[in-house]
Design a protein around this ligand. Structure first.
Ligand SMILES: *Cc1c(COP(=O)(O)O)cnc(C)c1O
Length: 399
Protein backbone atom coordinates (compact mmCIF):
# COMPACT_ATOMS: atom_id res chain seq x y z
CA UNK A 1 0.00 0.00 0.00
CA UNK A 2 1.30 3.47 -0.80
CA UNK A 3 1.58 6.37 1.61
CA UNK A 4 -1.72 7.96 0.64
CA UNK A 5 -3.58 4.69 1.23
CA UNK A 6 -2.04 4.31 4.67
CA UNK A 7 -2.87 7.93 5.56
CA UNK A 8 -6.48 7.37 4.49
CA UNK A 9 -6.76 4.29 6.74
CA UNK A 10 -5.16 6.17 9.62
CA UNK A 11 -7.57 9.07 9.18
CA UNK A 12 -10.53 6.68 9.04
CA UNK A 13 -9.68 4.26 11.86
CA UNK A 14 -7.27 5.84 14.35
CA UNK A 15 -8.83 8.18 16.91
CA UNK A 16 -7.87 11.74 16.11
CA UNK A 17 -5.73 12.53 19.14
CA UNK A 18 -2.71 13.56 17.04
CA UNK A 19 -2.05 16.15 14.35
CA UNK A 20 -0.10 13.99 11.91
CA UNK A 21 2.78 14.96 9.64
CA UNK A 22 1.89 14.58 5.94
CA UNK A 23 3.87 11.37 5.29
CA UNK A 24 4.19 7.80 6.56
CA UNK A 25 7.38 6.68 8.31
CA UNK A 26 8.52 3.21 7.38
CA UNK A 27 11.98 2.61 8.82
CA UNK A 28 14.95 4.20 10.57
CA UNK A 29 18.70 3.84 10.37
CA UNK A 30 21.25 5.75 12.45
CA UNK A 31 20.14 9.40 12.54
CA UNK A 32 17.74 9.01 9.61
CA UNK A 33 14.16 7.87 9.09
CA UNK A 34 12.61 7.06 5.71
CA UNK A 35 9.02 7.46 4.56
CA UNK A 36 6.91 5.11 2.45
CA UNK A 37 8.10 6.83 -0.73
CA UNK A 38 11.75 6.27 0.21
CA UNK A 39 12.44 9.91 1.13
CA UNK A 40 14.95 10.34 3.98
CA UNK A 41 14.64 12.73 6.93
CA UNK A 42 17.38 13.70 9.34
CA UNK A 43 15.68 13.16 12.70
CA UNK A 44 15.97 16.04 15.18
CA UNK A 45 12.95 14.84 17.19
CA UNK A 46 14.00 11.27 18.06
CA UNK A 47 10.45 10.13 18.74
CA UNK A 48 10.30 13.08 21.17
CA UNK A 49 13.52 12.33 23.05
CA UNK A 50 12.96 8.56 22.96
CA UNK A 51 15.44 7.31 20.36
CA UNK A 52 18.54 8.53 22.18
CA UNK A 53 20.76 5.91 20.52
CA UNK A 54 19.32 6.60 17.07
CA UNK A 55 17.85 3.79 14.96
CA UNK A 56 19.13 0.24 14.83
CA UNK A 57 21.65 0.34 17.66
CA UNK A 58 23.17 -3.17 17.47
CA UNK A 59 23.34 -3.66 21.26
CA UNK A 60 19.67 -2.71 21.65
CA UNK A 61 18.69 -5.12 18.87
CA UNK A 62 20.79 -7.90 20.38
CA UNK A 63 19.24 -7.43 23.82
CA UNK A 64 15.74 -7.57 22.34
CA UNK A 65 16.51 -10.71 20.38
CA UNK A 66 18.23 -12.56 23.20
CA UNK A 67 15.60 -11.81 25.81
CA UNK A 68 12.58 -12.17 23.49
CA UNK A 69 13.54 -15.72 22.66
CA UNK A 70 13.88 -16.53 26.38
CA UNK A 71 10.85 -14.72 27.90
CA UNK A 72 8.83 -11.72 26.71
CA UNK A 73 6.31 -11.34 29.51
CA UNK A 74 5.54 -12.76 32.90
CA UNK A 75 3.28 -11.30 35.57
CA UNK A 76 4.72 -9.07 38.28
CA UNK A 77 3.63 -11.85 40.64
CA UNK A 78 7.08 -13.24 39.81
CA UNK A 79 10.49 -11.63 39.82
CA UNK A 80 12.91 -11.78 36.90
CA UNK A 81 16.62 -11.14 36.54
CA UNK A 82 16.33 -8.32 33.94
CA UNK A 83 13.98 -6.33 36.19
CA UNK A 84 16.06 -6.83 39.36
CA UNK A 85 19.28 -5.92 37.54
CA UNK A 86 17.71 -2.81 35.99
CA UNK A 87 16.57 -1.75 39.46
CA UNK A 88 20.08 -2.13 40.80
CA UNK A 89 21.54 -0.10 37.93
CA UNK A 90 18.96 2.71 38.12
CA UNK A 91 19.27 3.07 41.89
CA UNK A 92 23.06 2.98 41.65
CA UNK A 93 23.14 5.63 38.93
CA UNK A 94 20.59 7.91 40.60
CA UNK A 95 22.77 9.15 43.44
CA UNK A 96 19.79 9.46 45.81
CA UNK A 97 17.28 6.66 45.32
CA UNK A 98 16.83 3.51 47.38
CA UNK A 99 14.24 1.77 45.20
CA UNK A 100 12.49 2.15 41.87
CA UNK A 101 8.88 1.61 40.84
CA UNK A 102 8.73 0.52 37.19
CA UNK A 103 5.78 1.23 34.89
CA UNK A 104 4.97 1.73 31.19
CA UNK A 105 5.16 5.43 30.41
CA UNK A 106 5.96 8.91 31.57
CA UNK A 107 2.44 9.71 32.70
CA UNK A 108 2.38 6.48 34.70
CA UNK A 109 5.64 7.41 36.40
CA UNK A 110 4.06 10.74 37.40
CA UNK A 111 0.92 8.96 38.66
CA UNK A 112 3.15 6.73 40.77
CA UNK A 113 4.92 9.81 42.16
CA UNK A 114 1.53 11.32 43.05
CA UNK A 115 0.27 8.16 44.77
CA UNK A 116 3.45 7.44 46.70
CA UNK A 117 3.65 11.08 47.83
CA UNK A 118 0.11 10.82 49.16
CA UNK A 119 0.88 7.57 50.96
CA UNK A 120 4.00 9.15 52.43
CA UNK A 121 1.95 12.02 53.88
CA UNK A 122 -0.62 9.65 55.36
CA UNK A 123 2.08 7.47 56.92
CA UNK A 124 3.75 10.59 58.30
CA UNK A 125 0.53 11.35 60.19
CA UNK A 126 -0.25 14.33 57.93
CA UNK A 127 -3.23 13.22 55.85
CA UNK A 128 -4.19 16.86 55.27
CA UNK A 129 -1.23 17.13 52.89
CA UNK A 130 -3.14 16.43 49.68
CA UNK A 131 -2.07 19.37 47.50
CA UNK A 132 0.59 19.48 44.79
CA UNK A 133 2.56 22.47 43.55
CA UNK A 134 3.56 22.46 39.87
CA UNK A 135 4.69 25.24 37.53
CA UNK A 136 3.43 27.30 34.63
CA UNK A 137 4.47 25.77 31.27
CA UNK A 138 5.23 22.45 32.96
CA UNK A 139 4.22 19.19 31.33
CA UNK A 140 3.69 15.99 33.28
CA UNK A 141 1.39 13.89 31.10
CA UNK A 142 -2.21 13.37 30.10
CA UNK A 143 -3.72 10.89 32.56
CA UNK A 144 -6.06 12.48 35.09
CA UNK A 145 -3.54 12.98 37.89
CA UNK A 146 -0.66 14.07 35.66
CA UNK A 147 -3.04 16.24 33.64
CA UNK A 148 -4.12 18.06 36.79
CA UNK A 149 -0.46 19.11 37.20
CA UNK A 150 -0.13 20.22 33.55
CA UNK A 151 -1.59 23.74 33.45
CA UNK A 152 -2.61 24.21 29.84
CA UNK A 153 -6.24 25.15 29.24
CA UNK A 154 -6.37 23.32 25.92
CA UNK A 155 -5.31 20.05 27.60
CA UNK A 156 -7.32 20.44 30.80
CA UNK A 157 -10.58 22.25 30.13
CA UNK A 158 -12.57 19.52 28.33
CA UNK A 159 -11.81 17.06 31.13
CA UNK A 160 -12.80 18.84 34.30
CA UNK A 161 -13.22 18.07 37.15
CA UNK A 162 -9.56 17.11 37.49
CA UNK A 163 -7.74 15.79 40.54
CA UNK A 164 -8.29 18.50 43.18
CA UNK A 165 -5.50 20.29 45.01
CA UNK A 166 -3.23 21.33 42.14
CA UNK A 167 -1.57 24.71 42.54
CA UNK A 168 0.75 26.54 40.17
CA UNK A 169 3.48 29.14 40.40
CA UNK A 170 5.46 30.83 37.65
CA UNK A 171 8.54 28.78 36.69
CA UNK A 172 11.73 30.18 38.22
CA UNK A 173 9.78 32.33 40.69
CA UNK A 174 10.94 31.05 44.06
CA UNK A 175 9.01 33.61 46.12
CA UNK A 176 5.71 32.68 44.45
CA UNK A 177 6.43 28.99 45.06
CA UNK A 178 7.38 29.60 48.66
CA UNK A 179 4.06 31.31 49.33
CA UNK A 180 2.18 28.23 48.11
CA UNK A 181 4.23 25.52 49.84
CA UNK A 182 2.46 25.00 53.16
CA UNK A 183 1.10 22.47 55.66
CA UNK A 184 -1.37 21.20 53.08
CA UNK A 185 1.25 20.56 50.37
CA UNK A 186 2.08 16.94 49.70
CA UNK A 187 4.71 17.37 46.96
CA UNK A 188 6.20 19.87 44.55
CA UNK A 189 6.89 18.63 41.01
CA UNK A 190 9.21 20.39 38.58
CA UNK A 191 11.15 19.71 35.37
CA UNK A 192 14.78 20.91 35.78
CA UNK A 193 14.51 21.73 32.06
CA UNK A 194 10.95 22.21 30.81
CA UNK A 195 10.54 20.39 27.50
CA UNK A 196 7.02 20.69 26.08
CA UNK A 197 6.60 24.10 27.70
CA UNK A 198 9.26 25.74 25.52
CA UNK A 199 12.72 24.48 26.58
CA UNK A 200 13.05 26.56 29.75
CA UNK A 201 16.02 26.00 32.05
CA UNK A 202 15.56 26.20 35.81
CA UNK A 203 17.71 28.81 37.59
CA UNK A 204 20.12 27.47 40.19
CA UNK A 205 18.62 29.66 42.88
CA UNK A 206 15.13 28.38 42.02
CA UNK A 207 15.89 24.64 42.17
CA UNK A 208 18.14 24.98 45.20
CA UNK A 209 15.55 27.15 46.94
CA UNK A 210 12.78 24.64 46.25
CA UNK A 211 14.95 21.89 47.73
CA UNK A 212 15.58 23.90 50.88
CA UNK A 213 11.97 24.95 51.41
CA UNK A 214 10.60 21.45 50.77
CA UNK A 215 13.06 19.95 53.25
CA UNK A 216 12.27 22.55 55.92
CA UNK A 217 8.52 22.16 55.53
CA UNK A 218 8.27 18.37 55.19
CA UNK A 219 7.19 18.47 51.53
CA UNK A 220 8.43 15.96 48.95
CA UNK A 221 10.31 17.30 45.93
CA UNK A 222 9.76 15.48 42.63
CA UNK A 223 11.97 16.09 39.61
CA UNK A 224 10.29 15.10 36.37
CA UNK A 225 13.24 14.11 34.17
CA UNK A 226 11.16 12.17 31.68
CA UNK A 227 12.37 14.40 28.84
CA UNK A 228 15.47 16.11 30.20
CA UNK A 229 16.98 13.15 32.07
CA UNK A 230 19.20 10.27 30.96
CA UNK A 231 21.93 12.25 29.25
CA UNK A 232 19.79 14.71 27.28
CA UNK A 233 21.41 17.76 28.91
CA UNK A 234 24.96 16.36 28.79
CA UNK A 235 24.82 15.19 32.42
CA UNK A 236 23.21 11.85 33.24
CA UNK A 237 20.56 13.73 35.24
CA UNK A 238 19.48 17.25 34.37
CA UNK A 239 19.50 18.19 38.06
CA UNK A 240 23.17 17.27 38.59
CA UNK A 241 24.71 20.65 37.70
CA UNK A 242 22.40 22.26 40.29
CA UNK A 243 23.89 20.27 43.17
CA UNK A 244 20.53 19.22 44.61
CA UNK A 245 18.69 15.90 44.62
CA UNK A 246 14.95 15.17 44.62
CA UNK A 247 13.01 12.78 46.84
CA UNK A 248 11.38 11.21 43.80
CA UNK A 249 12.51 11.33 40.15
CA UNK A 250 10.41 10.28 37.17
CA UNK A 251 11.96 8.84 34.01
CA UNK A 252 10.62 7.39 30.80
CA UNK A 253 11.16 8.52 27.21
CA UNK A 254 14.68 7.27 26.28
CA UNK A 255 14.93 4.56 28.94
CA UNK A 256 13.54 1.65 26.89
CA UNK A 257 15.44 2.30 23.66
CA UNK A 258 12.05 2.83 21.96
CA UNK A 259 10.11 0.24 23.97
CA UNK A 260 7.64 1.57 26.55
CA UNK A 261 8.87 1.92 30.12
CA UNK A 262 8.62 4.48 32.89
CA UNK A 263 10.25 4.67 36.29
CA UNK A 264 9.72 6.50 39.57
CA UNK A 265 12.91 6.50 41.61
CA UNK A 266 12.21 6.80 45.34
CA UNK A 267 14.45 7.85 48.20
CA UNK A 268 14.61 5.53 51.22
CA UNK A 269 11.92 7.39 53.21
CA UNK A 270 9.40 7.24 50.39
CA UNK A 271 10.32 3.67 49.41
CA UNK A 272 9.70 2.62 53.02
CA UNK A 273 5.97 3.44 52.83
CA UNK A 274 5.31 1.42 49.65
CA UNK A 275 3.64 -1.92 50.31
CA UNK A 276 2.14 -4.73 48.21
CA UNK A 277 -1.17 -3.59 46.78
CA UNK A 278 -0.39 0.14 46.87
CA UNK A 279 0.18 0.27 43.12
CA UNK A 280 0.93 -2.00 40.19
CA UNK A 281 0.59 -2.75 36.51
CA UNK A 282 0.07 -5.88 34.42
CA UNK A 283 2.48 -4.97 31.66
CA UNK A 284 5.04 -2.99 33.62
CA UNK A 285 8.72 -3.66 33.00
CA UNK A 286 8.68 -6.92 31.09
CA UNK A 287 12.00 -8.77 30.78
CA UNK A 288 12.62 -7.62 27.20
CA UNK A 289 12.22 -3.92 28.03
CA UNK A 290 14.30 -4.29 31.19
CA UNK A 291 17.09 -6.00 29.25
CA UNK A 292 17.08 -3.14 26.73
CA UNK A 293 16.87 -0.46 29.42
CA UNK A 294 20.01 -1.85 31.05
CA UNK A 295 21.83 -1.50 27.73
CA UNK A 296 20.54 2.06 27.24
CA UNK A 297 21.47 3.14 30.77
CA UNK A 298 24.89 1.50 30.51
CA UNK A 299 25.68 3.23 27.20
CA UNK A 300 24.36 6.66 28.16
CA UNK A 301 26.13 6.73 31.53
CA UNK A 302 29.61 6.26 30.00
CA UNK A 303 31.59 9.46 30.74
CA UNK A 304 32.80 9.60 27.12
CA UNK A 305 29.20 9.38 25.85
CA UNK A 306 28.06 12.21 28.12
CA UNK A 307 31.11 14.32 27.23
CA UNK A 308 30.22 13.95 23.53
CA UNK A 309 26.62 15.03 24.23
CA UNK A 310 27.94 18.06 26.09
CA UNK A 311 30.43 19.14 23.41
CA UNK A 312 28.09 18.47 20.49
CA UNK A 313 25.44 20.36 22.43
CA UNK A 314 27.73 23.36 22.84
CA UNK A 315 28.44 23.21 19.12
CA UNK A 316 24.72 23.06 18.28
CA UNK A 317 24.03 25.96 20.64
CA UNK A 318 26.78 28.05 18.99
CA UNK A 319 25.46 27.29 15.49
CA UNK A 320 21.95 28.31 16.61
CA UNK A 321 23.30 31.60 17.99
CA UNK A 322 24.74 32.27 14.51
CA UNK A 323 21.27 31.69 13.12
CA UNK A 324 19.87 34.21 15.59
CA UNK A 325 22.23 36.88 14.19
CA UNK A 326 20.69 36.33 10.76
CA UNK A 327 16.98 36.33 11.59
CA UNK A 328 15.27 39.16 13.43
CA UNK A 329 12.38 36.72 13.85
CA UNK A 330 14.35 34.70 16.42
CA UNK A 331 13.67 36.02 19.92
CA UNK A 332 15.88 33.68 21.93
CA UNK A 333 17.93 30.49 21.72
CA UNK A 334 17.65 28.31 24.84
CA UNK A 335 19.00 24.91 25.72
CA UNK A 336 21.68 22.69 27.16
CA UNK A 337 23.23 19.50 25.88
CA UNK A 338 21.01 18.23 23.07
CA UNK A 339 17.71 19.88 24.00
CA UNK A 340 17.33 23.27 22.32
CA UNK A 341 14.52 25.71 21.66
CA UNK A 342 14.45 28.47 19.07
CA UNK A 343 11.87 30.97 20.25
CA UNK A 344 10.42 32.96 17.37
CA UNK A 345 8.07 35.92 17.33
CA UNK A 346 5.38 33.89 15.56
CA UNK A 347 3.99 30.34 15.14
CA UNK A 348 6.76 27.98 14.02
CA UNK A 349 4.38 25.46 12.35
CA UNK A 350 5.32 26.73 8.84
CA UNK A 351 9.00 26.15 9.62
CA UNK A 352 8.32 22.58 10.81
CA UNK A 353 6.42 21.97 7.53
CA UNK A 354 9.11 23.52 5.34
CA UNK A 355 11.71 21.38 7.11
CA UNK A 356 9.70 18.23 6.28
CA UNK A 357 9.96 19.15 2.61
CA UNK A 358 13.69 19.73 3.01
CA UNK A 359 14.18 16.38 4.79
CA UNK A 360 14.48 17.38 8.46
CA UNK A 361 12.25 16.45 11.40
CA UNK A 362 11.82 19.09 14.11
CA UNK A 363 8.90 19.75 16.46
CA UNK A 364 7.22 22.54 18.35
CA UNK A 365 7.29 23.29 22.06
CA UNK A 366 4.23 25.44 22.62
CA UNK A 367 3.42 27.65 19.63
CA UNK A 368 6.42 29.87 19.00
CA UNK A 369 9.30 27.61 19.94
CA UNK A 370 10.98 25.26 17.47
CA UNK A 371 12.36 22.37 19.53
CA UNK A 372 15.39 20.25 18.61
CA UNK A 373 15.91 16.85 20.25
CA UNK A 374 18.38 14.94 18.07
CA UNK A 375 19.49 11.44 19.01
CA UNK A 376 22.24 11.71 21.63
CA UNK A 377 24.57 10.00 19.13
CA UNK A 378 24.25 12.92 16.68
CA UNK A 379 27.51 14.21 15.10
CA UNK A 380 28.72 17.60 13.87
CA UNK A 381 28.08 17.03 10.15
CA UNK A 382 24.45 16.19 11.00
CA UNK A 383 24.22 19.29 13.21
CA UNK A 384 25.59 21.45 10.37
CA UNK A 385 23.09 19.93 7.98
CA UNK A 386 20.14 20.48 10.33
CA UNK A 387 21.10 24.10 11.11
CA UNK A 388 21.56 24.74 7.38
CA UNK A 389 18.08 23.42 6.61
CA UNK A 390 16.51 25.42 9.46
CA UNK A 391 18.16 28.58 8.14
CA UNK A 392 16.92 27.93 4.59
CA UNK A 393 13.41 27.23 5.88
CA UNK A 394 13.40 30.42 7.93
CA UNK A 395 14.43 32.50 4.90
CA UNK A 396 11.75 30.86 2.79
CA UNK A 397 8.96 31.08 5.37
CA UNK A 398 9.70 34.46 6.93
CA UNK A 399 11.10 36.11 3.78
C1 LIG B 1 6.52 13.24 27.71
C2 LIG B 1 6.52 13.72 29.12
C3 LIG B 1 5.64 13.18 30.07
C4 LIG B 1 4.60 12.15 29.72
O1 LIG B 1 5.15 10.98 29.21
P1 LIG B 1 4.24 9.94 28.39
O2 LIG B 1 5.14 8.75 28.20
O3 LIG B 1 3.87 10.62 27.11
O4 LIG B 1 3.06 9.64 29.23
C5 LIG B 1 5.74 13.62 31.37
N1 LIG B 1 6.65 14.55 31.73
C6 LIG B 1 7.51 15.09 30.86
C7 LIG B 1 8.51 16.09 31.32
C8 LIG B 1 7.46 14.71 29.51
O5 LIG B 1 8.29 15.29 28.63
Amino acid sequence: MNGQGIQALDERYIAHTYARAPFVIERGEGLMVYDSEGKGYLDFVSGIAVNALGYGDPDVLQAIQDQASRLIHISNLYCTAPQALLGEKLVGASGFADKVYLCNSGAEAVEAAIKFSRKFAVQAGQPQRTEFLAFDNGFHGRTMGALALTPRAHYQDPFRPLMPGAKFAPFNNLEAAEALLDVNTCACIVEPVQGEGGVNLADGRFLQGLRQICTERGILLVFDEIQCGLGRTGALWAHQPYGVVPDIMTLAKPLGGGLPIGAALLNADVAAVVQPGDHGSTFAANPVICAVAQVVLEKISQPAFLAAVESNGEYLGARLQELKQKFADIVEIRGRGLIWGIECSDDVAPIVSAAYTAGLLTCKAGTNVLRLLPPLVVDRPAIDKAVGIIGECMSRVRG
